[in-house]
Every structure is written in structure tokens, then in C-alpha cells.
Design a protein around this ligand. Structure first.
Ligand code: PMP
Length: 362
């Protein structure tokens, strides 16, 4: 890695692959002979449309998105999808099921409650979200318009290891913090969305993948730009899209190909997560926050028995070149976010640092 770059364990925005940043820098002033930066191009011009189409086609190929589904690029980040999902989808029966396994699914459920009746199908709130509920504990409503869950809980460091079975009720999933880290059968989902600032691109957009059959039944109050139908019909270009973010996503997808695609990344992420969980499992100082069976491969949450020691760890880690290891303000403790762009080497060095810190402070 470039010698003046640190290892950034931020939960998002987070590290981008170095070759992507280098290519963006090289193309910044004059994109491939156009005489302009991508930031300066008309979104309806030939050069930009080529970037847009290639990015969308690469994402469709890499995630194996079937022709029944459409990829949308929508502004407003993941949080705006907390509103867009019920505005577009809850009208079918007026009801929706939510799995509450963390802060973001809880916020999404509260938002949906403005537009229809929400049922908590399962929850991990009783344990402060340290686990993912098992399939047989999920209480489904047969007349729900959709079943909503968040596949990776960024704050708590838990991850669904299975796809919930919901019969005829369409699955809706917030994959903001684990999209592109493992293979997913997109055909099983009515809708997948992800804020891009973790595994995909700089902040400023959400990618939405929707089964086209689900669009077109939005509530009449739905703002125009939140209508999935309008976004499908206008190919995400009803107004100016987040042009530069889409260009960066395109570069990240090319980089992902160089890593062996999602399959290749899946293997690398398993190696990275194991390195840190092995440290936790063999430590008498660090305590993993999530239950073992529910641990996230993207956000490793841990703490010591002493808040002052947690603070000392975060501050000494920072001095040693490991940035943003403090846990979320809701949970405290520590969190190492090891998204796709975090090199194995960064995780190995953090593991060494953790062992040395333990030896020096026990
Ligand atoms: N969902 C998940 C799983 C997240 O991790 C986050 C942000 N960290 C959000 C939703 C909210 O994303 P945004 O800030 O893009 O609205």
C-alpha cells in the first residue's frame, strides 16, 4: 500500500481500493481524451452514457441480476429507502412484516409505520441485538405486502447467515453493509437495496434492485423521485443522477473483477474475518460482542471489560496507523469494519497490534 496511507476501519464511508483511487486521480482532469473531468460531463452526453451503461451492465453481471429485475441508482442514501420501500410497496395489503435486528431495521420499521401497519416478525432487541433470530422464531403475517430485513447489522456486528423463508411474501433486504461480499440469489428477492458508501463507491447514492413486477403500486402521496416505477421507466435518469458516484462504482466493479468477482471476494473476506475472530477467541482481554453463530464478516465488534481500556486501545491504535476503531456511539466498545477494500495485510497487522496491546496491558 502507498506508504502514507493508513488502514481505515471506518464503518462507512470507508476505504476504497487503492487502484480505484489511482485511476480516478489519473482520469480526473481529462477523462480518456474527452478534455473534461467526469464531474463536468453532461449526464446525457455520449461519454457519460457509456460510463453509466457499462457500470449498470457490470453490476448486473457481477450480481447475476435476472432479467425480471431492474437496477436503479437513487439519491438519498440508504435512509431514503426506509421511506421509499413502504411508499412503493405497502399499499398492496396495507401491512408489512419487519425483522428488527438492529438500529437501521428499527428506523426502517418506524418509518414504514407512517404509511401502513407494521408487524415485528422477529426481534433481537431483548439481547441488545447480539444475535440473528432463527427461521422458526419468525412470526410471519400471511397478508404482509413484504417481509423486510437488514442482512448485516453494521452497528452490532451481526449478519444473517441464511435467507429467510417467507412463502409468497416478497423479501425486501437492506444489504448496505454486506452487498458484493458474498454471492446472493437475487431471484429470491422482491427488492434489495444498499447505500453505496461501504462496498461500492463514495457516498451519495443507493443501488436498488427491484423485481419489476412489484413496481407501479405506490401510494398516491409518493414523491415523484421516490417512485420505483418512474425510476425504472426513466432508467434512473429522470433528473441528474449522482454521476461521479456511478463512475466510481464502475471502477470498483472492475477492481472486483480483478479479485475474482464476488466469488473471489467471498473467499478473501472469510480469511480476513477469521483472523480477527481468532484473536478474540484466544484473548482473555477482548470480548466479542456478537454471538458466534451470528458474527458479521464485515463489522467485527468487540470490547474489553473496562471502558477506559477501550479508549486507550482506540487511541493507541490510531497512533499506530489503525483509524476509526471506536464502536458506534450507541454501543461503545470497538468495531473493525473490514469491507472489501480492506487489504488482508491491514487485518493481519491489526491482529498483531491487538495481541501486543493485550500483552502490554494485562
Ligand atoms: N442501513 C445500514 C445497514 C447501514 O449501515 C446504514 C449506514 N451506516 C444505513 C442503512 C443508513 O445509510 P445512509 O447513511 O446512506 O442513509
Amino acid at each position: 500500500m502507498s506508504s502514507d496511507r493508513i488502514y481505515n476501519f471506518s464503518s462507512g464511508p470507508s476505504m476504497l481500493p487503492l487502484p480505484v483511487l489511482e485511476q480516478a486521480a489519473a482520469e480526473m482532469l481529462n477523462y480518456r481524451g474527452s478534455g473534461m473531468s467526469v464531474m463536468e460531463m453532461s449526464h446525457r452526453g455520449k461519454d457519460y452514457l457509456a460510463i453509466f451503461e457499462e457500470t449498470k451492465a457490470d453490476l448486473k453481471r457481477i450480481l447475476q441480476v435476472p432479467d425480471t429485475h431492474e437496477i436503479l441508482f437513487m439519491q438519498g442514501g440508504a435512509t431514503l429507502q426506509f421511506s421509499a420501500v413502504p411508499l412503493n410497496l405497502i399499499g398492496k395489503t396495507g401491512k408489512a412484516d419487519y425483522a428488527v435486528t438492529g438500529n437501521f431495521s428499527n428506523l426502517a420499521m418506524e418509518e414504514a409505520g407512517k404509511y401502513g401497519e407494521v408487524n415485528i416478525a422477529c426481534s433481537s432487541a431483548e439481547s441488545k441485538h447480539t444475535f440473528i433470530p432463527a427461521q422458526d422464531s419468525i412470526k410471519l403475517s400471511p397478508d404482509a405486502s413484504y417481509f423486510y430485513y437488514c442482512s448485516n447489522n453494521t452497528i452490532y456486528g451481526t449478519e444473517w447467515k441464511y435467507t429467510p423463508e417467507t412463502g409468497d411474501v416478497p423479501l425486501v433486504c437492506d444489504m448496505s453493509s454486506n452487498i458484493l461480499s458474498a454471492r446472493v440469489d437475487v431471484s429470491k428477492y422482491g427488492l434489495i437495496y444498499a447505500g453505496v458508501q461501504k462496498n461500492m463507491a463514495p457516498a451519495g447514492m443507493a443501488v436498488v434492485i427491484i423485481n419489476k413486477a412489484m413496481a407501479g403500486a405506490e401510494l398516491p402521496i409518493t414523491p415523484k423521485l421516490l417512485s420505483y416505477k418512474l425510476m425504472i421507466d426513466s432508467d434512473s435518469m429522470n433528473n441528474t443522477p449522482p454521476c461521479y458516484t456511478i463512475y466510481m462504482l464502475g471502477l470498483v466493479l472492475k477492481w472486483l473483477d480483478s479479485q475474482g468477482g464476488v466469488e473471489g471476494i467471498e473467499k478473501i473476506k472469510a480469511v480476513k474475518a477469521k483472523i480477527l475472530y481468532d484473536v478474540l477467541d484466544n484473548s482473555s482481554m477482548f470480548i466479542g460482542c456478537a454471538e458466534k453463530a451470528s458474527r458479521s464478516d464485515m463489522n467485527v465488534t468487540f470490547r474489553t471489560a473496562d471502558e477506559a481500556l477501550d479508549k486507550k486501545f482506540v487511541s493507541e491504535a490510531k497512533k499506530a496507523g489503525f483509524e476509526t476503531l471506536a464502536g458506534h456511539r450507541i454501543t461503545g466498545g470497538m468495531r473493525a469494519s473490514i469491507y472489501n477494500a480492506m487489504p488482508v495485510e491491514g487485518v493481519e497487522k491489526l491482529a498483531v497490534f491487538m495481541r501486543e496491546f493485550e500483552a502490554a496491558n494485562c
